[in-house]
Design a protein around this ligand. Structure first.
Ligand code: AMP
Length: 442
């Protein structure tokens, strides 16, 4: 199948030619005719499969210009980054059509978006919370919406947007076409489909769990957090093929903790994105990484999902994901567009089970790579790694016949505790051999 089979209007075909895409991807081939037929669609597709164009192409083909500028198409996405990315793709494909697309998301003053929405647009791309704000304050009229796309539904439900999504769905006209895209099919997604969708056609791009052939997967068994930091610094220093490294971490806290030591070692080379960072900071970090101005981007799973960054040479999983599918999502950010990629995963002793679940999902096993001889193994544990000491409670028995004087007191609960905390100064001493002061957060 080729793009000419889509019989696109000249204006859309011209924009498509300029993108340089030569052939429709599998999700694009499967989705096009179903959307054109008017049926609801449930697409199982990860980022990188071309799913954005899969829904945009038929939507743009069916677009009819009207003077009234209430949106005809509403695209709901989980993150601000994805909102901007999808809007840019809509603008790029629609550039020769008389059509406007607008992105709205949290973190921007509501009055700015109110003004933009009131000016009108054809395609609105929105995150759920901001969308509801705009509906409730009366700036956004949803009566003209004929097509609804919910992208990355599983992620949106994971983020707890269920009730916001439902509230939005209840304000939409009943007669509409629903297109839903999700990387995984969870029970929650099924429930949403049952409640709001009309017997959708199910389309699958690449089943999750498929081994990713173009990605060389490397696994290091690393005893603890501080040794992971040492290993990370070592491989970043020594491996010159690491030109664009996406570094995944489980939490925002961990992202910030890694940012400081990496910035010291690789000045001006490191960016970080997570949901506590300001919007402009996040856009800047992503743009610099995309442009190759920084070589390392530290990211949490949620923010990185859906981000389309080309030519990632290496994905490093600093921690082993708790949800096995997230491993596939993480490493799938490299080895894209017919290029080869490498993923490196650090598995600590307490993450063995999680990694076994990942291997089971991929139906393969990965032999761990030997740790470099020059790696400094740290014995300093973080607070989370220190085994919690449980005191055995031995009840104190009063010998028979012996009275207890008035001055006797049981120790209070708080005084029974054994303090096993290692101070920051001691940790730094053990790791760097000299005291290091904390730098103020940027
Ligand atoms: P997506 O899965 O929508 O995030 O798209 C991933 C990447 O694939 C984006 O950079 C798109 O520009 C690109 N892309 C989409 N469709 C095609 C295609 N048919 N051929 C080549 N690249 C494509």
């Amino acid at each position: 199948m080729t793009f000419s089979d889509f019989k696109l209007p000249i204006s859309l075909q011209k924009a498509l030619d300029e993108t340089g895409y030569t052939q429709p991807t599998s999700i694009q081939q499967k989705t096009f005719s179903v959307v054109m037929s008017g049926r609801d669609v449930c697409g199982i597709a990860q980022t990188g499969t071309g799913k954005t164009a899969a829904y945009l192409l038929p939507i743009l083909k069916q677009f009819k210009f009207t003077k009234e500028r209430h949106p005809q198409t509403l695209i709901i996405v989980p993150t601000r980054e994805l909102a901007v990315q999808v809007t840019n793709e809509a603008k790029r494909l629609g550039q020769y059509m008389n059509l406007t697309a607008l992105a709205v998301y949290g973190g921007v003053n509501l009055s700015v978006h109110r003004g933009e929405v009131e000016e009108g647009m054809d395609i609105l791309v929105a995150t759920p919370g901001r969308l509801l704000d705009l509906i409730y304050c009366g700036s956004l009229r949803t009566k003209a919406i004929k097509k609804l796309v919910i992208d990355e539904v599983d992620e949106m439900l994971n983020l707890g947007f269920r009730s916001q999504l439902k509230s939005v769905l209840e304000t939409l006209p009943e007669k509409r076409q629903n297109l839903l895209f999700s990387a995984t099919m969870t029970d929650e997604v099924e429930l949403l489909i049952e409640d709001y969708f009309n017997n959708p056609v199910r389309i699958e791009a690449a089943p999750v769990g498929t081994p990713l052939e173009k990605i060389e997967q490397i696994v290091y068994r690393v005893p603890n957090f501080n040794t992971k930091v040492n290993l990370l610094e070592l491989i970043l220093q020594e491996d010159s093929s690491m030109v664009k490294v996406l570094l995944f971490v489980a939490t925002k806290k961990m992202a910030d903790e890694l940012f400081l030591p990496l910035c010291e070692k690789f000045p001006e080379q490191v960016g970080v994105i997570h949901s506590n960072k300001e919007q402009n900071f996040r856009f800047n970090a992503v743009n610099k990484f995309k442009a190759g101005e920084t070589k390392i981007l530290i990211a949490t799973d949620i923010i990185a999902r859906g981000l389309d960054i080309e030519d990632v040479s290496h994905v490093i999983c600093f921690d082993t994901p708790e949800v096995a599918e997230n491993y596939i999502h993480r490493i799938g950010r490299t080895g894209r567009a017919d290029k080869n990629g490498t993923s490196i995963t650090f598995v600590a002793d307490n993450e063995t089970e999680q990694f076994e679940a990942i291997e089971a999902l991929m139906q393969t096993t990965i032999a761990p790579t030997q740790l470099p001889a020059s790696l400094v193994i740290s014995t300093v544990l973080t607070d989370d790694e220190i085994p919690k000491i449980r005191m055995k409670h031995i009840p104190f028995k009063i010998p028979k016949g012996e009275g207890i004087g008035a001055a006797f007191h049981e120790k209070s609960e708080k005084n029974k505790k054994v303090n096993v905390k290692v101070s920051h100064k001691d940790k730094m001493m053990a790791k760097y051999g000299k005291p290091k002061s904390r730098k103020p957060k940027k």
